[in-house]
Design a protein around this ligand. Structure first.
Ligand code: GLV
Ligand code: GLV
Length: 326
């Protein structure tokens, strides 16, 4: 008998065919997320679950006694409670590598958009304000040759560093728990303390995963250390930044601007003050949203799922649960 799995979002046909070869499966076909009560009903006899960003709770796990693996279609897995999953013997997997270059592309889009005020200028052209560009206060800020500070030099941070160094001749520095000497050599990077990084960077990018240690890692103190011309970019998780401190820094022009793909609360509330500020560029958490990257992520999630329900070692178990791998 094939193992049973449930998939909470639509996936590419090719990925579905692959799952069908190995599993008995059903899929939540609606565009809207599956309500929790229905999810609990669907998972009561499954061995595996593909479930992007589902909050893994005790009450969810206790409804699925056969569950062996939860496969996330994302690299970030802050939605996993890994201690709880460990206590239920459930593996958690994610989709690293296949989206790194795609997210790094978006990050450069954000850097350029904020520095050259592209979305704001687009609005000017459309609304007949072409000549506003005579106003020097609307001039942008150079990206080439500027100093980029990366907080969290992981896989994606590395891809951004490569673009910055070789594409834009930027001076790149980083803050990271561990030193990355091979990258320092490859891209001429310099490791800095958090304080030094804040004080000396023209562009500051946070690329750390969300955890209790990184929650509100960037707050009032960090913004107060930044240059007045600094541009802040976040494409990891909204909660690594104290959003009210960021809003305050933007409102009072303590920093020049920001570009954000992620927010404390998603979707962003219509009353969020960020929505009414001109010096911020906003995108709806779309870092990995290209067809190629999303297809590759779905396939990777399926491979992790199938391995997990057939007693093999899934290739991308999250590090906190790797010791459970058979
Ligand atoms: C997206 O945010 C991801 O974690 O893949
Ligand atoms: C993403 O999670 C990374 O490793 O940079």
């Amino acid at each position: 008998m094939k193992p049973k799995v449930f998939i909470t979002k639509q996936i590419p046909e090719e990925v579905e065919r692959y799952i069908a070869e190995h599993c008995e499966y059903s899929i939540w076909e609606e565009e809207t997320p599956i309500p929790e009560a229905q999810l609990k009903e669907k998972i009561k006899d499954v061995d595996g679950l593909i479930c992007p960003k589902a909050n893994v709770t005790e009450s969810l796990l206790s409804h699925a006694p056969n569950l062996k693996v939860i496969s996330n279609i994302a690299v970030g897995y802050d939605s996993f409670d890994t201690e709880l999953m460990e206590s239920h013997g459930v593996l958690g997997t994610h989709t690293p590598y296949v989206l790194d270059e795609t997210v790094a592309d978006l990050i450069f889009g954000l850097i350029l958009s904020a520095a050259r005020r592209i979305p704001e200028m687009d609005k000017f052209v459309r609304s007949g304000q072409w000549s506003s560009m005579e106003d020097t206060s609307l001039f942008g800020k150079d990206v080439h040759g500027a100093t980029l500070g990366i907080v969290g030099l992981g896989r994606i941070g590395e891809k951004v560093a490569r673009r910055a160094k070789f594409g834009f001749n930027m001076n790149v520095q980083y803050y990271n728990r561990s030193r990355r000497e091979e990258l320092e050599e490859k891209y001429g990077l310099e490791k800095k303390s958090m304080e030094e990084l804040m004080q000396s960077s023209d562009f500051i990018l946070t690329m750390v995963p969300l955890s209790p240690e990184t929650t509100k890692l960037i707050g009032e103190k960090e913004f107060s250390l930044m240059k007045q011309e600094a541009v802040f970019i976040n494409a990891s998780r909204g909660k690594v930044v104290d959003e009210s401190a960021l809003i305050e820094a933007l409102k009072s022009n303590k920093i020049r601007g920001a570009a954000l793909d992620v927010f404390e609360q998603e979707p962003v509330d219509a009353a969020n003050p960020l929505l009414s500020l001109d010096n911020v560029v906003l995108t709806p958490h779309l870092g990995s949203a290209t067809q190629q990257a999303r297809d590759a992520m779905a396939m990777k999630a399926a491979e992790n799922l199938v391995a997990g329900v057939t007693g093999q070692a899934p290739p991308n178990v999250v590090k906190e649960l790797q010791h459970l791998v058979p």
